[in-house]
Design a protein around this ligand. Structure first.
Ligand code: ATP
Length: 262
């Protein structure tokens, strides 16, 4: 599978009867499912949020979509192709940028890393890295090393590096979870801007209800594990940028919060 031609909407991701157990299926006892019976279609170009309490299986589901780990039963497909391994059309953004950046490479070299692996010529690499470094607001910092950057700046480098490879689908696992509140808000706004500009599918994991409502077109709520499922889907038909003082946002916040009080 390759990324979709420029300008086209990515294919939908269809998840059917998905189950995941980390135990080997031995004996006659029912396996201990972390995730059980997830059915979900994420439209191409959608900004979809997976929201749920700690330990319910959000990262496990995202890792299966990434193809990093296998499923136990069921199907995950991108368009007509079943997902069975990682692919260049899907890219993961992790919570800890440190783990994904090369400390011995500059900002520009980190952003260009995937392009260099693909043997993209130097002039084209510079063009692409210039674009994404500017898009994430890091122009002027190209020659710095990760140790010279703040946590928020490192997270931007991670995002620019992923975007430079032009995946159709961004899988984001609590990417702003380690940032202070102000940086987090800035990054949320920039992510919406980038998503609107690039038309990628975004699947964004969080356990923060406010973040979910500020960012998502649709929110899938996962139940407490084990045997976690997606119990509710909320459409968020509000324009961007969203504001926590908007009465519509506050209404949704209390609806979704009450869901977790039950
Ligand atoms: N490799 C593994 N082997 C065994 N159990 C695992 C493995 N990976 C995850 N689990 C278990 O699966 C469950 C779901 O974990 P997961 O990390 O997917 O949850 P999460 O919703 O992303 O949590 P958090 O919000 O705290 O990151 C947890 O009980 C976890 O202990």
């Amino acid at each position: 599978m390759t990324s979709q031609p420029a300008g086209q909407t990515p294919a939908a991701i269809r998840i059917e009867n998905l189950r995941k157990s980390f135990q080997a299926g031995t004996g006659s006892r029912e396996p201990h499912y972390i995730i059980k019976d997830i059915d979900l279609t994420i439209k191409g170009g959608e900004f979809f949020i997976l929201l749920g309490p700690s330990g319910c299986g959000k990262s496990t589901l995202l890792n299966m979509i990434a193809g990093f780990i296998g499923k136990t039963e069921g199907r995950i497909a991108l368009g007509d192709n079943e997902i069975e391994r990682p692919g260049s059309e899907r890219a993961m953004v992790f919570q800890q940028a440190d783990a994904s950046l090369f400390p011995w490479l500059t900002v520009r070299e980190n952003v260009e890393f995937g392009l260099r692996m693909k043997k993209v010529p130097k002039a084209r690499r510079k063009e692409v890295s210039d674009r994404y470094i500017a898009l994430v607001g890091l122009a002027g910092h190209e020659n710095k090393f990760p140790k010279e950057l703040s946590g928020g700046m490192k997270q931007r480098v991670q995002l620019a590096r992923v975007l430079a490879n032009d995946p159709a689908i961004l899988l984001m696992d609590e990417p702003f979870g380690a940032l202070d509140a102000m940086t987090r808000r800035t990054m949320q706004k920039e992510l919406i801007r980038i998503w609107q500009e690039t038309k990628k599918t975004v699947i964004f994991v969080t356990h923060d209800i406010q973040e979910a409502i500020l960012l998502g077109q649709r929110i899938g709520i996962m139940s407490v594990g084990p045997s976690s499922r997606i119990t509710d889907l909320y459409d968020i038909p509000l324009a961007y940028p969203r504001d926590l003082s908007d009465p519509n946002v506050l209404d949704l916040l209390s609806t979704i919060e009450s869901h977790f009080d039950e």
